[in-house]
Ligand binder design. Structure first.
Ligand SMILES: [Zn+2]
Length: 378
């Protein structure tokens, strides 16, 4: 067993990172780990951090390995942001931390998960830190692609790129690590299109599988404008409920912790000067809920895209494995009822909805326009 076991389907990247962790001569102070969503960027960064701290190159069971992977190692800091960009103060704080020698570990490792979410001004603060790093500090920057990071940072970091792992590798991970049944693991890896996090959720959570199936079934059975409007409303409702379920516990815990730190039992007894802090938290939580709802909707739209991609594959008679093995019947019917051109237009409508939701158009409006475009055309 080793910390690299969970970095699936990335043999090339792993061999580079592994060598760097074992040979100080192959080590660099700033790394840029890139790969499409779900390829396991943060997973790879954590495994690398553990291998750097471990005295046996990432054995997977020592104190250094387990605490790094669990996110509690004193010398490994992992930061991500749910905001559009990191604030300059957040990055300054990290730069300050980077100046300190490791407390007990071999390296001070800072993992910046959304290195693409930075304004140019903030990037410049980070750049200075990367240019003159203390001898025991390592920065691991993660982003979807090198182009997402400003060129000055890109050129000073060593790049490692991850690929979309093969479906078989993801399915094997779900079986070995999570004990999923092979058929469930295979269907989940396919449905998630090798996105490891999504595949794991689908394999573990029957409700997530049901929601996904429901999304596809709803869309595939739209017959007219009335169905389309109802389907759009239901898709938005499901996304809202799912986002709420995902954030509710955390919101409550944060609120309790904040009130406790302010020395109050509830917000009413707070002096007005402190109430602003509670309001700030509420605003942050509201923003996070909005973002979670949009993320869930986007995922539903990606699922829909995969359904029509299967339809197109079928219409063109291409020799490619379907993504949605459980929806063969709907795929065949949709393929029969329309032309490849219509399928492409529907996929465009789904893509358009994704762009609009990302651009802050009211989700219901964007979903309605899309659902109307999905109905059978004469
Ligand atoms: Zn170890």
């Amino acid at each position: 067993m080793s910390v690299w076991d969970d970095v699936v389907g990335q043999e090339r990247a792993v061999s580079v990172l592994r060598r760097a962790s074992e040979d100080p001569g192959a080590m660099t102070h700033a790394w840029l780990i890139t790969g499409p969503p779900g390829s396991g960027r943060s997973n790879a960064a954590r495994a690398f951090a553990a291998a750097l701290q471990c005295h046996a190159g990432g054995c997977g069971h020592c104190q250094d390995c387990t605490t790094t992977l669990a996110g509690t190692h004193a010398d490994v800091t992992v930061v991500a942001t749910e905001k559009v960009t990191f604030t300059i103060d957040e990055v300054r704080r990290l730069v300050g931390l980077a100046q300190r020698s490791p407390a007990g570990g071999r390296w001070r490792v800072i993992v910046l998960e959304d290195a693409d979410r930075m304004t140019e001004r903030t990037s410049n603060v980070l750049l200075k830190a990367i240019e003159e790093p203390p001898p025991r500090t390592v920065w691991l920057l993660c982003a979807p692609s090198p182009e997402d990071v400003v060129v000055t940072i890109r050129s000073r970091s060593r790049r490692v790129s991850l690929r979309v792992p093969p479906v078989e590798a993801v399915a094997a991970l779900l079986v070995e690590r999570d004990g999923a049944a092979p058929e469930v693991a295979d269907a989940a890896a396919r449905a998630a299109q090798s996105h490891i996090g999504l595949a794991r959720r689908l394999a573990r959570d029957p409700e997530a599988r049901e929601r996904r199936d429901r999304t596809l079934t709803l869309a595939a059975t739209i017959r007219g404008v009335g169905d389309a409007v109802m389907t759009a409303a239901e898709l938005v409702d499901v996304a809202t409920a799912e986002a709420k379920a995902a954030t509710a516990d955390r919101d409550a815990a944060e609120r309790t912790a904040l009130l406790r730190s302010l020395g109050a039992e509830d917000a009413q007894t707070l002096p007005p000067a402190l109430r602003a802090q509670v309001r700030q938290l509420e605003e942050d939580q509201k923003r996070r809920a909005t973002r979670a709802q949009r993320d869930v909707l986007d995922r539903a739209l990606v699922d829909l895209l995969s359904l029509y991609r299967d339809v197109l594959v079928r219409q063109l008679g291409a020799q490619v494995d379907p993504v949605n093995v459980a929806h063969t019947e709907a795929v065949e019917r949709l393929a029969r009822e329309g032309s490849p051109e219509q399928t492409v237009r529907r996929m465009d409508a789904i893509g358009e909805a994704r762009t609009r939701i990302e651009g802050n158009v009211a989700p219901l409006l964007a979903m309605e326009a899309m659902a109307v475009a999905l109905r059978p055309q004469g």
